[in-house]
Design a protein around this ligand. Structure first.
Ligand SMILES: [Zn+2]
Length: 142
Protein backbone atom coordinates (compact mmCIF):
# COMPACT_ATOMS: atom_id res chain seq x y z
CA UNK A 1 0.00 0.00 0.00
CA UNK A 2 1.53 3.35 -1.04
CA UNK A 3 2.32 5.80 1.70
CA UNK A 4 1.43 9.41 1.07
CA UNK A 5 4.24 11.90 1.56
CA UNK A 6 3.67 14.47 4.23
CA UNK A 7 5.41 17.78 4.65
CA UNK A 8 7.92 16.31 7.11
CA UNK A 9 8.84 13.47 4.70
CA UNK A 10 10.17 15.79 2.05
CA UNK A 11 13.86 15.88 1.25
CA UNK A 12 15.62 18.78 2.85
CA UNK A 13 17.28 21.24 0.55
CA UNK A 14 20.40 22.90 1.88
CA UNK A 15 20.29 26.62 1.19
CA UNK A 16 23.97 27.53 0.90
CA UNK A 17 25.02 24.77 -1.53
CA UNK A 18 22.05 25.72 -3.72
CA UNK A 19 22.97 29.42 -3.58
CA UNK A 20 26.64 28.67 -4.31
CA UNK A 21 25.71 26.38 -7.21
CA UNK A 22 23.55 29.20 -8.54
CA UNK A 23 26.39 31.68 -8.20
CA UNK A 24 28.51 29.28 -10.28
CA UNK A 25 25.68 29.36 -12.88
CA UNK A 26 24.94 25.70 -12.19
CA UNK A 27 21.78 23.83 -11.32
CA UNK A 28 20.91 24.32 -7.63
CA UNK A 29 20.03 20.63 -7.26
CA UNK A 30 22.91 18.75 -8.88
CA UNK A 31 25.52 21.49 -9.30
CA UNK A 32 26.51 20.07 -12.69
CA UNK A 33 23.93 21.19 -15.25
CA UNK A 34 23.78 24.68 -16.67
CA UNK A 35 21.26 27.05 -15.08
CA UNK A 36 21.20 29.49 -18.01
CA UNK A 37 20.53 28.90 -21.69
CA UNK A 38 21.54 32.49 -22.53
CA UNK A 39 23.06 35.48 -20.70
CA UNK A 40 20.16 35.91 -18.23
CA UNK A 41 17.66 33.35 -19.55
CA UNK A 42 17.18 30.55 -17.05
CA UNK A 43 16.89 27.14 -18.72
CA UNK A 44 13.51 25.45 -18.39
CA UNK A 45 15.12 22.31 -16.99
CA UNK A 46 18.58 21.22 -15.89
CA UNK A 47 20.44 19.53 -18.76
CA UNK A 48 21.92 16.91 -16.38
CA UNK A 49 19.34 16.02 -13.71
CA UNK A 50 16.18 17.37 -15.37
CA UNK A 51 15.15 19.55 -12.40
CA UNK A 52 12.54 22.11 -13.45
CA UNK A 53 14.05 25.57 -13.17
CA UNK A 54 11.34 27.60 -14.87
CA UNK A 55 9.55 28.08 -11.55
CA UNK A 56 11.93 30.85 -10.56
CA UNK A 57 10.72 34.40 -10.01
CA UNK A 58 13.92 36.37 -9.67
CA UNK A 59 12.24 39.47 -11.14
CA UNK A 60 14.02 42.72 -10.19
CA UNK A 61 16.06 41.38 -7.29
CA UNK A 62 19.27 40.59 -9.27
CA UNK A 63 19.53 44.06 -10.86
CA UNK A 64 18.70 45.66 -7.53
CA UNK A 65 21.47 43.76 -5.73
CA UNK A 66 23.90 44.31 -8.60
CA UNK A 67 23.36 48.08 -8.53
CA UNK A 68 23.56 48.10 -4.73
CA UNK A 69 26.91 46.28 -4.70
CA UNK A 70 28.49 48.15 -7.58
CA UNK A 71 27.23 51.50 -6.28
CA UNK A 72 28.93 50.93 -2.95
CA UNK A 73 32.18 49.86 -4.64
CA UNK A 74 32.25 52.83 -7.01
CA UNK A 75 31.33 55.41 -4.40
CA UNK A 76 33.97 53.94 -2.09
CA UNK A 77 36.60 54.10 -4.82
CA UNK A 78 35.66 57.64 -5.76
CA UNK A 79 35.83 58.79 -2.15
CA UNK A 80 39.18 57.07 -1.69
CA UNK A 81 40.56 58.69 -4.85
CA UNK A 82 39.23 62.11 -3.90
CA UNK A 83 40.64 62.02 -0.35
CA UNK A 84 44.14 60.87 -1.33
CA UNK A 85 44.88 62.68 -4.57
CA UNK A 86 43.71 65.49 -6.74
CA UNK A 87 42.02 63.66 -9.58
CA UNK A 88 41.02 65.35 -12.81
CA UNK A 89 37.36 64.92 -13.77
CA UNK A 90 38.27 63.11 -17.00
CA UNK A 91 39.91 60.36 -14.92
CA UNK A 92 36.60 59.68 -13.22
CA UNK A 93 34.87 59.67 -16.59
CA UNK A 94 37.45 57.30 -18.06
CA UNK A 95 37.42 54.86 -15.15
CA UNK A 96 34.18 55.03 -13.21
CA UNK A 97 31.69 55.27 -16.07
CA UNK A 98 32.97 52.07 -17.73
CA UNK A 99 33.13 50.40 -14.32
CA UNK A 100 29.55 51.44 -13.59
CA UNK A 101 28.45 49.82 -16.86
CA UNK A 102 30.63 46.69 -16.95
CA UNK A 103 30.55 45.59 -13.29
CA UNK A 104 26.75 45.26 -12.93
CA UNK A 105 26.54 43.38 -16.22
CA UNK A 106 29.31 41.04 -15.08
CA UNK A 107 27.68 40.40 -11.69
CA UNK A 108 24.10 39.91 -12.91
CA UNK A 109 24.27 36.22 -13.94
CA UNK A 110 25.88 35.12 -10.67
CA UNK A 111 23.45 37.15 -8.58
CA UNK A 112 20.47 35.84 -10.55
CA UNK A 113 21.79 32.29 -10.17
CA UNK A 114 22.08 32.79 -6.42
CA UNK A 115 18.50 34.11 -6.22
CA UNK A 116 17.17 31.15 -8.22
CA UNK A 117 19.15 28.78 -5.99
CA UNK A 118 17.71 30.44 -2.90
CA UNK A 119 14.16 30.12 -4.27
CA UNK A 120 14.76 26.47 -5.18
CA UNK A 121 16.15 25.62 -1.72
CA UNK A 122 13.21 27.30 0.01
CA UNK A 123 10.68 25.69 -2.35
CA UNK A 124 9.33 29.03 -3.48
CA UNK A 125 7.18 29.75 -6.55
CA UNK A 126 6.43 26.22 -7.67
CA UNK A 127 9.80 24.69 -6.74
CA UNK A 128 7.83 22.58 -4.28
CA UNK A 129 6.27 19.67 -6.22
CA UNK A 130 3.78 19.02 -3.40
CA UNK A 131 2.47 22.55 -3.43
CA UNK A 132 2.14 23.54 -7.08
CA UNK A 133 -0.87 25.26 -8.43
CA UNK A 134 -1.68 26.29 -11.99
CA UNK A 135 -0.06 29.59 -12.83
CA UNK A 136 -0.79 31.16 -16.22
CA UNK A 137 2.61 32.86 -16.15
CA UNK A 138 4.50 29.57 -16.14
CA UNK A 139 5.33 27.44 -19.19
CA UNK A 140 3.13 24.40 -19.64
CA UNK A 141 -0.01 26.09 -18.36
CA UNK A 142 -2.96 24.44 -20.06
ZN1 LIG B 1 20.61 19.59 -12.20
Amino acid sequence: MPVALTVTDRETRAVWPAVLNGMRLRCPKCGKGHMFRAYLKVADTCDVCGEELFHHRADDMPPYLSILIVGHVIVGLMLEMEFHAEIAPWVYLATMVPAAIILPLALLPSIKGAIVGLQWANRMHGFDPANRHPDPALPGYP
